[in-house]
Design a protein around this ligand. Structure first.
Ligand code: TXA
Ligand code: MG
Length: 302
């Protein structure tokens, strides 16, 4: 088992030495490496068993650092950053020349985010540079929202786990492609799509024609089958079947997002054959919850 700690100084040392640290963020735990250390970033891909063409988000201590990592920051991106950072928003921007190909998958853009979790913020401040970090799960699996989830997925392959408790948002950041005109939401997440639309002055529909690499139809999947229904009544009818659990009855979207991944992991641990999930309305965080559930269901289709 990797060491689990709340000691930010120790995490900084491991990162400076080219090691991998699982870090808490307000969305999910990330598997962090120094974004300027090619060998360390390569190890992130190995540990996750993630294909090299799925780029990593670079996490920064403050919005001011964006100019050091992006070649150009359009006014729309500044407006989103001002309103949402620190917070669960990732901006895709033209990359600065020094950004490593291994981080961006060779793309001309880089994903940047300033996380709000206090331990992540302190770590980034003390580390000084950018941290490349995907979610700290095996590729295609459910993202981790506790230190224990990270250990269950990655074990000793990670050098240190910084324990910041359960992630308060529970689903990944909203990704907005600011190189598109108008900017477009590529992944619904912790900032509601409607809020992005309001800030941009136009409705930024999720799942437009452009897709980010890595946004496969089947993703975020537990081992058990995930069955989707629209109402609690349909869920109850299906749940009459043996081995079936129900999630999403009588929960608001914020609570649903917070617990979604833990509930899916719990179902696997209990050996459930399937989970019936009631889809939340497509409003606010409901967009992100629906997106992850649809992908989790696709993961076990057939
Ligand atoms: O909340 C989050 O965003 C978490 C925490 C740890 O910050 N991170 C996260 O990373 O969810 P990851 O790697 O699991 O998902 C990021 C997604 C991937 O689908 C990746 O392909 C896409 O963002 N992405 C990253 N950089 C990109 C780029 N330059 N262009 C297109 N897609 C990009
Ligand atoms: Mg992920």
């Amino acid at each position: 088992m990797p060491p689990i700690t709340t000691d930010v100084g120790r995490a900084v040392e491991v990162l400076r030495g080219g090691g991998l640290v699982a870090i808490p963020t307000e969305t999910v735990y990330g598997l962090a490496a120094d974004a300027a250390d090619e060998a360390a970033v390569r190890r992130v891909f190995e540990v996750k068993r993630r294909p090299a063409d799925h780029p990593l988000i670079v996490h920064l201590a403050a919005a001011e650092a964006v100019d050091a990592w992006a070649a150009e920051v359009p006014p729309s991106a500044r407006a989103l950053a001002d309103a949402c950072w620190p917070g669960p928003l990732t901006l895709l921007l033209p990359r600065a020349v020094h950004v490593l190909d291994v981080v961006t998958g060779g793309l001309p853009t880089v994903g940047l985010r300033v996380p709000a979790h206090p331990l992540a913020a302190e770590l980034l401040r003390r580390f000084g540079g950018g941290l490349a970090a995907p979610s700290a799960n095996r590729f295609g699996h459910v993202s981790p929202t506790t230190a224990e989830h990270v250990v269950a997925d990655l074990g000793d392959a990670v050098d240190l786990v910084l324990d910041g408790g359960p992630c308060p948002v529970g689903v990944e950041s909203t990704i907005v492609d600011c190189t598109a005109d108008p900017p477009q939401v590529l992944r619904p997440g912790g900032i509601a799509t409607e809020d992005v639309g309001r800030l941009l002055g136009h409705v930024a529909e999720p799942g437009g024609p452009r897709r980010a690499p890595g946004m496969l139809a089947a993703h975020y999947a537990p081992a058990c089958r995930v069955l989707l229904v629209d109402t609690a009544e349909e869920a109850a009818a299906l749940a009459a079947r043996e081995g079936t659990r129900v999630i999403g009855v009588d929960v608001d979207a914020v609570t649903y997002a917070q617990h979604l991944y833990a509930w899916l992991r719990d179902a696997d641990e209990a050996g459930a054959a399937s989970v019936v999930a009631v889809l939340p309305p497509a409003v606010g965080l409901g967009h992100a919850v629906r997106d992850r559930l649809v992908k989790a269901a696709a993961g076990r289709a057939g």
